[in-house]
Design a protein around this ligand. Structure first.
Ligand code: OOG
Ligand code: NI
Length: 465
């Protein structure tokens, strides 16, 4: 086996993303509807705005737009998180960010697996929001012990996929044939199972503790619970969903609509009610229902610096506080009005977002840069000056990650309001998460900082050459 035979992680990631999407379309036909709707709306936006098209072409995002999607899974025990990290690594995906959902009433902590180089992201932007159940937040000791026993026995990975992960780790990659076996075997872990591994009584006990706990513990594996295409106009998607008989959630999560979109806005359609068979004993089966799988849409905007994030959280928090927490169907329009009002102090043009250091940007040299005198060696300190006089230009750097408050809202809209109102006292536990994961997560803002720096260094290298 020589290195030349290996296919790239991007190839494997795209292949996996494609077969996962096909599987989900098959299992959840509304997701296919949603994809069609999003493609139509994206085509419209691009044909109406040359500016948006050029900006996306410039940053390399245009070609990835229609393959862009993220998914989400919920894991039960440390071994599953540890092995999932190894599995995703075969596809060039690494753990970025730590999200604590406990304060929002969801007993999990999470990360996102994704590519970490911009070229790799542009070739295959697939990512997976991955949550791990926090058993320490289950207050009923007996139930917690039961959960532990149930989870201890399950193996969510196939024998074959484990072998191929080993092989890829030892030899540095997989050839085309192995890669195909790998994606097919990996897919098994994400598949829906309509037979529960517990009896109905246990399912109800889990459900009563938290709907999410039932979803994680009662099944053979971590079925993919949604897939999310990227749209260029989420308000349009939200209002068009109903005309296609897709039932939307009550409001869009995240920042308000803006000329210069920031971070991430998300909405979803409500989870399907699906039939599940519960095995009570060898002879008796019971049919019940479970709600877990839904579809989501996202619109991505510019990534914010820590300063920008702080302002975002301040304005969002202020709005939520004023209406008494998460928006409901009843106060959604009041909430949206207030949100837009409060965000008026957040600059809405790229020049100001840049000069106030609220957001991250890619830097480019312009044609004019060729005329620069070669006598001086330019450094980072000259960058703003070079930008002002037109030797450099900037484009917004897209936010590639997630938002904890929004994620909690997405969880909640599909779990039922009682669960969402729950509060967990437990403190956030990033070091335990990283121990279970088997390595530290990439720090969010540092990742963007490094990308921006790299783009500045590349420009300086061209100018000083
Ligand atoms: C994950 C919800 C979070 C997002 O896009 O913020 C999420 C889940 O429901 O398991 O996917
Ligand atoms: Ni999502």
């Amino acid at each position: 086996n020589t290195t030349e035979e290996f296919v790239s992680p991007e190839y494997i990631r795209n292949r996996f993303s494609k077969i996962m999407s096909d599987m989900y379309k098959n299992e959840v036909p509304l997701y296919g509807e949603l994809l069609d709707l999003v493609h139509d709306i994206n085509d419209n936006v691009l044909s109406e705005s040359k500016e948006i098209e050029e900006q996306l072409a410039h940053t390399g995002e245009l070609t990835r737009l229609n393959m862009e999607r993220h998914g989400a899974i919920r894991l039960g025990k440390p071994y599953e998180l540890f092995t999932m990290r190894r599995l995703f690594k075969v596809m060039g995906m690494y753990s970025v960010g730590y999200y604590d959902l406990a304060p929002a009433g969801v007993p999990v902590h999470s990360t996102a697996f994704r590519a970490i180089e911009s070229t790799a992201l542009n070739q295959a932007p697939f990512r997976v929001f991955t949550s791990l159940l926090r058993l320490d937040l289950i207050d009923d000791t007996q139930l917690r012990n039961n959960v532990e026993t149930i989870l201890e026995k399950r193996q969510i990975f196939t024998e074959k996929v484990l072998q191929l992960i080993d092989k890829s780790e030892k030899e540095g990659g997989l050839n085309k044939e192995e890669a195909e076996t790998f994606v097919q075997e990996a897919l098994e872990t994400f598949r829906w199972h309509d037979t529960a591994t517990v009896d109905y009584k246990m399912y109800e006990a889990l459900l009563n503790q938290h709907r999410l706990i039932a979803d994680v513990v009662a099944f053979k594996g971590p079925h993919i619970n949604h897939l999310t295409p990227r749209t260029l106009d989420i308000d349009k998607v939200q209002t068009s969903m109903e005309t296609r008989n897709i039932p939307p959630k009550d409001n869009i999560e995240g920042p308000p609509a803006r000329k210069c979109p920031i971070l991430l806005r998300q909405t979803s359609f409500k989870a399907l009610t699906e039939k599940v068979t519960f095995k009570n004993n060898a002879e008796k089966e019971e049919i019940g229902e479970h709600k877990a799988r839904f579809g989501e849409i996202e619109q991505r905007g510019v990534a914010l610096t820590q300063k920008g994030l702080d302002l975002y959280h301040e304005l969002l928090g202020k709005t939520r506080k004023a209406i008494g927490g998460s928006p409901t169907a009843e106060n959604a329009s009041e909430y949206n009005k207030l949100l837009a009002e409060n965000f008026k102090v957040f600059p809405d043009n790229y020049e100001e977002l840049h000069s106030k250091e609220l957001a991250y940007f890619h830097y480019f040299t312009t044609d004019k840069a060729k005329t620069l005198s070669k006598e001086k060696v330019y450094t980072k300190a000259d960058v703003n000056q070079l930008l002002e006089v037109g030797y450099l230009s900037i484009e917004p750097m897209v936010y590639e990650d997630f938002l904890p408050v929004s994620a909690a809202g997405i969880f909640a809209s599909n779990l039922g309001t009682d669960d969402a109102k729950r509060e967990y006292e437990g403190t956030s536990n990033q070091s335990l998460f990283e121990k279970d994961l088997g390595e530290p997560v990439y720090k969010l803002t540092k990742w963007y900082e490094d990308m921006q720096d790299e783009s500045i260094q590349n420009c300086l290298a061209v100018i000083n050459a």
